[in-house]
Design a protein around this ligand. Structure first.
Ligand SMILES: C[S@@+](CC[C@H](N)C(=O)[O-])C[C@H]1O[C@@H](n2cnc3c(N)ncnc32)[C@H](O)[C@@H]1O
Ligand code: SF4
Length: 464
């Protein structure tokens, strides 16, 4: 790497260690967004946003565009769940009408730009009745170009599916069905407020096979309240015997959004130990049965069955259009944004013909590169060639980033090589603390303001 001016950088490790709970509390999914979600602003310029989509700013946008559509409603709230969803199912019909309006707006803006991946999720999208499901697919296929999509996923809880709905999924191109199992142990399900019958789950799994949905992915939680190592391992063995195409073993994250945390619970050292044990025991068993790591907590029999939208987001920092409440989107080189979670606000915006964007952040190439470094280093490694291919720029064109990378290397956190950069960090907390050195100046300034507002003493930067 080319030389760069070496200015001393302020040491904010302590500050960031203090901010981590806010940082991670806001981000209920990985990879972490950059700029961090807790800095996103409320006043996105909708006219500019629409124009950026209309003019599809970059090639990356076109090659790996994803559609993420969210139905954030559930019949009950599982104690472990960190995802945003509403129990006000009586509002689903009005929500659905607004959702169709949002699809129409994007249909107009995108003018048949092809999507590479589609991901319908929730909450519980199978709460839609058969008529609504068909109407949703009709509207999507009529307005958007899904013809070249290489994957069409539908992720839901099994309790609200039936054969009629599965037939509709199949008929309309869904080729990957994600079913949340979470646990098969009646005592664990009860503690977690999750009404679910194992026979019903297996029945739905068998129906999806009967109707030849190409890939089935099952989610099993690891370390939720009431779950012992034996209970988890028994469930895992049972699910392996069903031979799903993908198995997710999701390590329980006690985010501030879970009922678990809201009611004052914390994981004890023994709980953490138990989760580690589950993880250690599950790995060889999954490998032995042909399940190999395919990103995140996914283990797949065939790499093609992995969540392609997720791997595109990690590998290519891809664009994805967000439709539905709470949904997050990314328009390469232009915006990261999220929609209103509040149902009434979501419906009201669309009723006025406005996009239901609640928050966002305007991007430029440097921010995109920092995001790419941030997520890739969180995963362990980043290729310098990949940066050049994605952004048409060499890292050497960003001396400030080079300087910060060298600083991280001097602290032993990363190693710089000719072709790649490798992370030596091992935990999310460590990544979050140290990767702040890559933040662009305006983003870092906002983080400092946030820290001040929280009463965390900071030494104001003179040299940034
Ligand atoms: C958005 S949820 C949808 C699940 C679906 N509604 C269901 O009932 O099965 C997607 C997945 O996130 C995982 N998940 C939920 N809360 C989690 C948490 N606190 N930590 C880790 N994974 C979690 C679950 O395994 C779940 O299947
Ligand atoms: S796990 Fe599924 S059903 Fe349970 S609260 Fe979360 S999204 Fe709703």
């Amino acid at each position: 790497m080319a030389g760069a001016p070496q200015k001393p950088l302020k040491n904010y490790d302590h500050l960031f260690a203090n901010i981590i709970p806010y940082f991670l509390g806001e981000a209920n999914r990985l990879p972490l967004d950059y700029p961090p979600r807790l800095l996103w602003q409320n006043n996105i310029d909708e006219a500019d946003f629409r124009e950026k989509i209309r003019s599809s700013p970059s090639d990356i946008f076109k090659k790996t565009l994803g559609l993420y559509l969210n139905i954030p409603f559930c019949q009950h709230r599982c104690v472990f769940c960190c995802h945003a969803s509403h129990l006000t199912v009586h509002k689903l019909n009005d929500y659905f009408d607004a959702l169709l309006k949002e699809i129409d707006i994007y249909a107009h803006l995108l003018n048949k730009t092809p999507f590479k991946s589609v991901y319908l999720a929730g909450g519980t999208p199978s709460l839609l009745n058969e008529g609504q499901l068909q109407e949703l697919f009709d509207r999507l296929h009529a307005g958007l170009n899904l013809k070249k999509a290489v994957q069409f996923s539908f992720e839901t809880g099994p309790a609200t599916l039936n054969e009629g709905k599965i037939k509709i999924l199949k008929k309309n191109g869904v080729d990957r069905l994600g079913l949340g199992v979470q646990s098969l142990d009646p005592a664990v399900l009860k503690i977690n407020n999750r009404p679910q019958d194992t026979r019903q789950v297996k029945h739905i799994f068998d129906l999806a096979r009967k109707h030849q949905i190409k890939f089935i992915s099952l989610d099993l939680m690891m370390g939720i309240p009431g779950q012992t190592v034996d209970s988890f391992m028994n469930d895992l063995k049972t699910l392996i015997s069903w031979k799903p195409d993908v198995l997710h073993t999701n390590r329980f994250k006690p985010m501030i959004t879970t009922v678990f945390s809201k009611t004052g619970n914390r994981l004890s050292t023994e709980d953490e130990q138990r989760i580690k044990e589950m993880d250690l025991l599950s790995r060889p068993l999954l490998r032995e049965h042909g399940y190999h790591a395919t990103g995140g907590h996914q283990r797949s029999l065939d790499p093609a069955a992995r969540n392609i939208q997720l791997s595109d987001a990690i590998q290519f920092n891809s664009s994805f259009i967000a439709i539905g409440g709470f949904a997050n989107g990314h328009i390469t080189g232009a915006y990261r944004y999220s929609n209103h979670g509040d149902v009434d606000e979501y419906i009201r915006s669309l009723g006025e013909g406005k996009l239901p964007i609640e928050k966002g952040y305007k991007l430029d190439t440097q921010k995109e590169i920092v995001h790419y470094l941030f997520t890739s280093l969180s995963m362990g490694k980043v290729s310098l060639r990949a940066i050049e291919l994605l952004y048409g720029k060499s890292l050497n064109e960003y001396p400030r980033i080079i300087e910060k990378l060298k600083y991280l290397e001097s602290r032993g956190k990363i190693s710089l090589h000719d072709q790649f950069i490798k992370s030596n960090m091992t935990s999310l907390e460590e990544n979050t603390t140290y990767l702040q050195y890559l933040f662009c100046d305006d983003v870092l300034e906002k983080m400092l303001q946030l820290a001040e507002a929280e009463g965390i003493p900071i030494d104001r930067p003179q040299d940034r």
